[in-house]
Write a protein that binds this ligand. Structure first.
Ligand SMILES: N[C@@H](CCC(=O)N[C@@H](CS)C(=O)NCC(=O)O)C(=O)O
Length: 415
């Protein structure tokens, strides 16, 4: 416990993390268009909004295509004792929505009921899914309707992924079960809302290192803070989101390893992710191919009428072709954007070197899972195939995929 407190009080962390706060979703439009929402809005209204949204995109209206939405109003001021803010993730307004699907996994005895609000091909959502699947954690998925976003009504934070965590009752006897029921009668079951892929992964990752301490004790160490970013915009951020809390399991000799893991998680989120859009929308044909792939994995045929789907695919591909060009300039990518993508992957593989199977050694670590998750978001696109053909990242990628789909991390959980 002592070591946790020490880590969060380290003020350099604050300075170190500030430059990373301005992440943008570089594949915004397709995610907004992937729809397998549970409760479809009335058809006409839905079509009108959808077409409006897509047309607005095609006209290149504003940075709204991939910009952040207004930050939540609540503030967490420095100087307030942590204990007073222990319940800052609690949300009693979560609506009871039927999940789009349920993912099973061997770690069902963890005692956590998890619901992921997501877009299927959002790289940040893919990261969280890779993490949960690696550890074999069962979870429910609520596919957010990217146009109406009615599933996020309960939340001030309007981006995905959001993870809702509820601790399951695990009474040892029937008597305890009955008394637990009586004591919770009339009170809402506590649901915790975790925002941001990295925050979600670090909180659950810390919990997995020290399961007996429980979720509440971990949550206290991930306090969001509100501040103004370089553009003068007020944003909310968990400043230590790349840091894990170890409780009594902290080992000083792993410091260099942990520093590297954090460094590469950050790199994947803040550098690598920006290479995706300019590459998957590099030419108009590739943009169209990408949209057809998103349509397939997002099951648009099931969720959109043919007219809506075609509008979304063609207008979306056109809009994102131009957005890709803008992002190429913004992030100073090479003239042939593929070269920047290859460079990113080569840098990653160079860091792993020839002696390790993964960045984490014999097993993927959080940096491996982050990079894999991000790459998996465009696995069906031409850019991904080019990447596999022109770099040496393939074997690493498919090794992580094997570890994720077979829940290799489950062995590490001491349930
Ligand atoms: N830093 C956040 C970024 C999340 C993010 O930007 N998500 C995008 C989708 S890829 C989003 O929800 N944008 C707002 C919207 O679609 O309305 C994270 O890691 O979770």
């Amino acid at each position: 416990m002592a070591s946790r407190f020490r880590i969060i009080k380290t003020h350099q962390i604050f300075n170190f993390l500030i430059p990373t706060v301005k992440q943008k979703c570089t594949v915004y439009l397709p995610q907004r268009l992937i729809n397998s929402a549970y409760s479809a809005p009335p058809k006409r209204e839905f079509s009108r909004k959808l077409i409006f949204g897509a047309t607005a995109g095609a006209m290149g209206i504003g940075l709204g295509l991939y910009s952040y939405l207004s930050p939540p109003e609540s503030k967490y001021l420095a100087g307030i004792p942590l204990a007073e803010k222990a319940d800052f993730t609690r949300n009693d307004n979560i609506m009871d929505i039927k999940p789009s699907r349920e993912v099973s996994g061997p770690a069902s005895a963890l005692g956590l009921d998890l619901t992921l609000y997501q877009y299927q091909t959002c790289p940040f959502c893919c990261k969280v899914r890779a993490f949960l699947e690696f550890y074999g954690i069962p979870y429910k998925v609520i596919e957010v309707n990217p146009v109406m976003r009615q599933q996020l009504k309960f939340s001030k934070y309007k981006k995905v992924p959001i993870l809702i965590v509820q601790e399951k009752e695990s009474p040892k006897s029937e008597f305890l079960w009955i008394s637990a029921k009586i004591s919770t009668l009339g009170t809402k079951i506590k649901q915790q809302q975790l925002n941001d892929s990295t925050v979600i992964i670090s909180i659950l990752g810390s919990l997995f290192l020290d399961l007996p301490s429980g979720l509440d004790s971990v949550l206290k160490y991930y306090v969001p803070m509100t501040y103004k970013n370089e553009d003068g915009k007020e944003v909310e951020e968990v400043m230590n989101k790349y840091f894990l809390m170890f409780g009594d399991n902290y080992e000083k000799n792993t410091e260099t390893y942990l520093k590297k893991e954090r460094q590469w998680r950050k790199w994947a989120d803040n550098e690598f992710v920006h290479l995706i859009s300019p590459n998957i929308y590099r030419t108009y044909d590739e943009a169209l191919q990408a949209f057809n792939y998103f349509s397939e994995v997002g099951e648009w045929e099931k969720n959109f009428s043919m007219f809506e789907r075609l509008i979304v695919i063609y207008v979306g591909a056109t809009a994102m072709y131009f957005v890709g060009k803008r992002l190429k300039k913004k992030y100073s990518l090479k003239e042939d954007v593929r070269q920047s993508l290859y460079d990113g992957c080569k840098l990653w593989m160079k860091e792993i070197g020839s002696k390790r199977k993964f960045m984490g050694g014999e097993m993927p670590n959080l940096a491996d899972l982050a990079m894999y998750g991000i790459l998996s978001s465009f696995e069906g696109c031409v850019a991904f195939q080019d990447l596999i053909n022109n770099t040496n990242i393939g074997p690493w990628y498919y090794n992580v995929k094997e570890a994720v789909t077979n829940h290799y991390g489950y062995q590490k959980l001491k349930i």
